[in-house]
Design a protein. Structure first.
Length: 433
């Protein structure tokens, strides 16, 4: 089940929560009440008078002369929005903020809870109570088997509504309604559909696919599915929607190590992993950071900024090795890490910087394709092989593509795990474990 939490008259309610004398009153949030402008938000007390967001202030004043005007404070609303987000994240990690006052919560990964309509209802009711108790704000929640139904259900009953719809119930509620009631159908599209003899959601659901495809292409097909209550769009968790600030890998060595060749091989391997992740996620970075932790758990991080953003292991390794050589005094090391920050989208970088190394780029892409297909172990930098042999472990596990790229060895063989072919001392815990 998926929830869509929609805050009731959000800006106006935040003002009422902050200023007790405004509670229970018709209030209008606007830019600057002394100047001409439009209504940003109206409290539920003002709405029966016909006041709506986007309406000129002059008209609102005429409709609801007794309303109080409050100058909006966008920063306050964003802060409140983030506080609410934190609360949602205590329920499930799968939270997608949809607007400043709306968020999707995917309950499908919650073990045991959130699978049925009844448990989802209980979670939603609890959440409404918490929002009211903690923030003094009302919320309407829609529940459905997908985002489309959750979103549309949230609008069925407001304020403080709680509406859960199955696919079947969705059709019962929305099929008789005008086609514009469907999420994604705006005034233009609805006009177009009306002209084609499709006035209602049910007419859209039963319209010939060919006709819709001819008129609207892929969108037409999608809208027809939506009319049936079908939707496959994933909830994209908050943290995955944001650009990363850095990308890195670190590894706790199998045993404290002062062998320069081994350490250098490890740096090369880490550089290769980070570079590969940069490329697969479409980033380049300008700042390289190396992290060294010695046997006493003393940690040093050193970084160097470069003129050009990079995404290849050779350049990354060169800088990482330099930093390591400058900062390692020969003490046994327990952990090594390499990361790249000051990231830019690869396609934003000026390409002429790389024209000098066209062959290298082609080679890199070819190697990436090989590894996409055959796994990370299929091609590795030669310099990282020496310690691979000496330790008898495979430094790269089979490739797991997509969002699985984690820190350290999340995607591959963990060097701290015992080698099944060999009796070894007890594995040591990873530092981040
Ligand atoms: Mg709202």
């Amino acid at each position: 089940m998926i929830l869509l939490v929609d805050m009731d008259a959000f800006f106006a309610s935040v003002e009422q929560a902050h200023h007790p004398h405004l509670r229970g009153k018709a209030i209008i949030v606007c830019g600057d009440p002394s100047r001409r402008g439009v209504v940003t938000a109206a409290s539920y007390e003002a709405r029966p008078f016909g006041v709506r967001a986007g309406m000129p202030l002059a008209e609102a004043k005429r409709l609801c002369p007794h309303a109080e005007y409050v100058e909006g404070n966008p920063r306050k609303y964003v802060e409140k929005s983030l506080e609410l987000l934190e609360m949602f994240l205590t329920i499930t990690p799968d939270v997608e903020p949809f607007s400043v006052d709306e968020a999707f919560l995917d309950l499908r990964r919650l073990p045991g809870r959130g699978q049925t309509m009844e448990s989802a209802r209980a979670i939603a009711r609890e959440l409404q109570d918490r929002i009211l108790a903690t923030h003094g704000l009302g919320a309407s929640i829609g529940i459905g088997p997908n985002k489309l139904i959750a979103k549309m259900a949230s609008g069925v009953q407001k304020p403080r509504g709680l509406t859960a719809l199955t696919e079947h119930e969705f059709r019962g509620v929305f099929w008789p309604q005008e086609v514009q009631a469907l999420w994604g159908v705006g005034p233009k599209m609805s006009e177009h559909l009306n002209a084609l003899g499709i006035p209602t959601v049910s007419a859209l659901a039963n319209a010939p696919v060919d006709l819709l495809k001819r008129q609207f292409g892929l969108v037409g097909e999608h809208l027809r599915e939506a009319a049936w209550g079908h939707d496959q769009t994933p909830v994209i968790p908050y943290h995955e929607g944001l650009d990363p600030k850095s990308m890195g890998h670190e590894v706790t060595l199998p045993e404290d190590c002062r062998d320069p060749e081994f350490l250098e091989g490890t740096l090369l391997r880490l550089s290769d992993q980070v570079a590969r992740r940069l490329r697969s996620d479409g980033f380049r970075g300008r700042t390289v950071t190396v992290k060294l932790r010695d046997f006493r758990f003393r940690t040093v991080t050193r970084q160097r900024a470069m003129a050009t953003a990079i995404d290849d292991h050779a350049n990354l390794f060169e800088v990482a090795r330099l930093l390591w050589r400058e900062n390692w005094k020969g003490e046994p090391l327990r952990l090594l890490g390499v990361s790249v920050s000051a990231l830019v989208h690869a396609d934003q970088e000026q390409l002429e910087l790389f024209t000098g190394d066209e062959r290298g780029k082609v080679l890199q892409e070819a190697l990436d394709r090989v590894r996409d297909k055959l796994g990370e172990a299929s091609v590795v930098p030669a310099g990282s092989l020496a310690h691979r042999r000496s330790l008898r472990h495979v430094p790269f596990g089979a490739a797991k593509r997509g969002r699985e790229h984690g820190e350290g060895y999340a995607e591959g063989a963990d060097p701290s795990a015992p080698d099944p072919t060999q009796l070894k001392p007890r594995p040591r815990p990873r530092d981040d474990a």
